[in-house]
Write a protein that binds this ligand. Sequence first.
Ligand SMILES: [Mn+2]
Length: 355
Amino acid sequence: MAWSTRGRQRPKVAFMRLGNMYGPDATFVGVPAADLADPSSYAGAAAVIIGAPFDGGTSHRPGCRFGPQAIRSTDYLPHDGSRPHLALDVDPLRELNVVDVGDVKMLPGETDRALERLEAAVALIARSGALPIILGGDHTIALPDVTGVAHHVGWGRVSVIHFDAHADTGDSQFGSLHGHGTPMRRLIESGAARGDRFLQVGLRGYWPEPETLAWMREQGMRSFEMAEVVSRGLDAVLEEAAAIALDDCDAVFLSVDVDVVDPGMAPGTGTPEPGGFTSRQLLDAVRHLAMTLPLAGVDVVEVSPPYDQAEVTAYLGNRVVLEALSGIAWRRRQRDGEPVRQPADPLLERRRPQP
Ligand SMILES: [Mn+2]
């Protein structure tokens, strides 16, 4: 994996705006389109949406190459690039000048090149000062996503908070280093992210096997299995995760696998594991972390439309993005000394005056 090791020259930025590889050229709920090859097109953006239509790393049911376009376009509201958040009284898409650069070219059968291109794209966005929001795609993409951000923030200076039913720390997958079961191990091996600043929430089921759990423990990972989440409560778990994430790190990458949510509320995914979060819990958690932590990047992965029912999972992915962006916009307002609402405030009180 020479491409992800420190010190090697970064891959050339060999991509262009392709639109959406697997669907119409729509942007995330109608935000302006931008072009990665033209920095002026995203110069004023605090967050940039990028599609990663890759499912070549899926171990079971494929289809999440169609995830980016489903997350972008699944909504019953006008696709007008505006989403005023009821609880936080922010309009994140407008306040953060969010733009969408379309999909990275990630051709089936070209895994290494696909991941190189994505890493280069994410690094470019991070260096511009904007926060990359990556729409997956299967979880293989967390490797280039976090690596790309680490090129900018600093090697080993980005902690990772990872919502998932699965640890994704396998040593290999079907003999390959790359796949959606291995990215977290590759990240820790390369040093892009520290094992002892790697927080996993929502794990459950029957994988990984004892050898992999032993490796995770050696790295100092902190993984919260669902039984611990249920017994201690999600708030307590998030508080502990946040404290570790902020200890001697400069920023946090938030990686959200929709299969952390129970398949009853997120059926459209490739490796469903019963017994997960409610969608309400995931949205609250993402919003809370975005409000309270210095995020440097977010990915939302494993939305697989062919297995979805009534777009339930696509809606969830869309809302995860909006909750993250809303929390980020709220945090910036607070940082700038502006009055902010708390989520528990009565809806019609303390709202900002209309211009
Ligand atoms: Mn995963």
